[in-house]
Design a protein around this ligand. Structure first.
Ligand code: CAA
Length: 390
C-alpha cells in the first residue's frame, strides 16, 4: 500500500525585505546575497504573525478541501513555538475545529522536526489506512542584526496532509538517517535569536548528507541518476547546490554543469529565494516549489528529500511523484501570495525586528497587519488570543 503526501500547502508572511536593501544598509555587495547565498528576499513576520498563525493558515487550505473528520493526528514541527509547555498544534487544532479524537503534539529538533512528524504520520497511516494525519512545519528564522546569519532569515509554514493512496507523493519506506551531538546552531531558552557557528554548520550539513546518502544507497541499491530531482533542506539556496555537487563527488560523477544543476534543483529553489530560511518548513517549501514549478511532468518519477536539523539530525529519503499530481497542487495560491506581498524599508524591518511581545500580565491588543487567515489579536494575562480573519 502506498502512503505519503496527499496535499501540500505553503504560507509565508505578507511582508518582505529585499536583500539589496539590507546589503546597502550593511555596506555589503548585494551580489554576496543574491549570488553567494542565492537569496533575494526575506519574509518578515509582523507582530501579529507567528508560527501558529502561519501554520494554521497553511493547514486551513487543506482542511477546507478534504474536511476534518478523518484527521486523527496533528504533528507540529517547529523550533519557534510560542509556549514552553503547550503544543502550538493545539492552537491550530482549535482554530481549524479539528475532531476532539485527535492526537496533537509539538515536535522539536531544529529544522528536522517536520521530517520526524512526516515519518511518524506515515507510520500511523500504514497501520490505519482509512485515517489521515496533518503535519505542520512552521518557523520564524531569526539571527542577530548585523550577524552573518541575518541575510538568511525568513519565515513560513508548510502543511502536509498524509494519507494512504496519496495524490502527490508516495514516500518510499527506505531512509538513511543520522544523529550526532554537535553545537552548530542552537537557541537557548532565554534568546529569541539563534546562535550559530555558520561555516561549521555547513560542514556538518554536508557530512551528514554523505552519511545518510551512503545508508540510503546501501539499502536501496539506487544510484544518484535514479533520482529525477533532489530536494534539500534550504538554509539558503546555494546550500542545495553545494549539496548536489557533494553527492556527485561521492558518486565519482563529473562535477555537474550549471545547466544540470538548474535542471535538477532550480524549480525547488524558487520559493525559498523569496522567503529566506523557514527552518522546519524549508525542505517542504522546496518540495512544494518543485511540484508547482517544474516544467516537466514528474509523474511516476522518483525524487529525493534531504532533511537536516542542526544539533544534529539528518535524513535522506525518497518518493514517487504520483501520476496526475498537477491537478491537486496549490500553485496559483502560492504564486499569488508571494507576488502580493508588501516590501519594507530597512527602518520598517528593524522596527518589526526589535518589537518584543509584552511579558507582563496586562491586556495587550495588537495592531492589525496583513496576515493569512489568522492573526494574533493580543495577549491577555499571558494568554495568546488568536483570531480568524477570513
Ligand atoms: N559576489 C558574489 N559572491 C560573493 C560575493 C560577491 N561580492 N561576496 C561573497 N560571495 C560568496 C562567497 O564566496 C561565498 O560563496 P562560497 O560559499 O561558494 O565560497 C558566499 O558568497 C557566502 O560568503 P561568506 O562565506 O563569506 O559568507 P558569510 O561567512 O558572511 O556567511 C554563512 C555565510 C556562514 C552561511 C552565514 O550566512 C550563516 O551563518 N548562516 C546561518 C547558518 C546556516 O544557514 N547554516 C547552514 C547549514 S546549518 C542548517 O542548514 C540548519 C539551518 O537551517 C540553520
Amino acid at each position: 500500500m502506498n502512503v505519503g503526501i496527499d496535499l501540500i500547502s505553503f504560507q509565508t508572511a505578507q511582508y518582505f525585505l529585499d536583500l539589496r536593501t539590507l546589503a546597502q544598509t550593511r555596506g555589503v555587495d548585494p551580489e554576496k546575497y543574491y549570488q553567494g547565498l542565492g537569496q533575494e528576499k526575506m519574509a518578515v513576520p509582523p507582530p501579529d504573525e507567528d508560527s501558529v498563525t502561519l501554520g494554521a493558515s497553511a493547514a486551513r487550505v487543506l482542511v477546507d478541501q478534504v474536511g476534518a473528520q478523518d484527521i486523527e493526528l496533528l504533528l507540529f514541527g517547529t523550533e519557534s513555538g510560542v509556549d514552553q509547555s503547550k503544543s502550538a498544534g493545539l492552537f491550530v487544532h482549535g482554530l481549524l475545529n479539528l475532531p476532539r479524537r485527535c492526537r496533537v503534539i509539538e515536535l522539536k529538533e531544529a529544522c528536522y522536526a517536520g521530517t520526524a512528524g512526516l515519518q511518524l504520520a506515515l507510520a500511523m497511516v500504514r497501520l490505519a489506512p482509512q485515517k489521515k494525519a496533518l503535519v505542520i512545519c512552521a518557523d520564524v528564522a531569526r539571527y542577530d542584526l548585523g550577524s552573518p546569519g541575518e541575510p538568511t532569515q525568513g519565515c513560513g509554514a508548510v502543511a502536509l496532509l498524509i494519507s494512504a493512496q496519496p495524490r502527490l507523493l508516495a514516500v518510499d519506506a527506505e531512509a538513511g538517517f543520522h544523529a550526532e551531538n554537535v553545537m552548530d546552531f542552537w537557541r537557548p531558552n532565554y534568546r529569541t535569536e539563534a546562535l550559530v557557528d555558520g561555516k561549521y554548520s555547513t560542514l556538518v550539513y554536508l557530512s551528514t548528507l554523505v552519511q545518510t546518502w551512503r545508508q540510503y544507497r546501501e539499502f536501496t541499491g539506487r544510484k544518484l541518476t535514479d533520482l529525477a530531482r533532489c530536494c534539500f533542506h534550504l538554509p539558503f539556496t546555494r546550500m542545495a547546490e553545494k549539496a548536489y555537487i557533494r553527492l556527485c563527488r561521492e558518486e565519482k560523477i563529473p562535477e555537474p554543469a550549471a545547466e544540470e544543476i538548474r535542471h535538477i534543483l532550480g524549480p525547488s529553489l524558487v520559493y525559498n529565494r523569496q522567503t529566506g530560511n523557514t527552518y522546519a518548513a524549508s525542505l517542504y517549501e522546496g518540495l512544494a516549489a518543485l511540484l508547482d514549478n517544474d516544467p516537466q511532468d514528474l509523474g511516476d518519477r522518483r525524487i529525493s528529500l534531504f532533511s537536516y536539523g542542526s544539533g544534529c539530525m539528518a535524513e535522506f529519503f525518497s518518493g514517487i511523484v504520483q501520476p496526475g499530481y498537477r491537478q491537486y497542487l496549490m500553485a496559483d495560491r502560492h504564486r499569488e501570495m508571494l507576488a502580493g506581498r508588501t516590501e519594507l524599508t530597512y527602518r520598517q524591518y528593524e522596527d518589526i525586528f526589535r518589537y518584543q511581545v509584552p511579558e507582563d500580565d496586562g491586556d495587550h491588543v495588537f495592531a492589525p497587519y496583513r496576515t493569512g487567515y489568522y492573526r494574533l489579536q493580543g495577549i491577555k494575562k499571558h494568554v495568546r488570543c488568536y483570531q480568524s480573519i477570513a
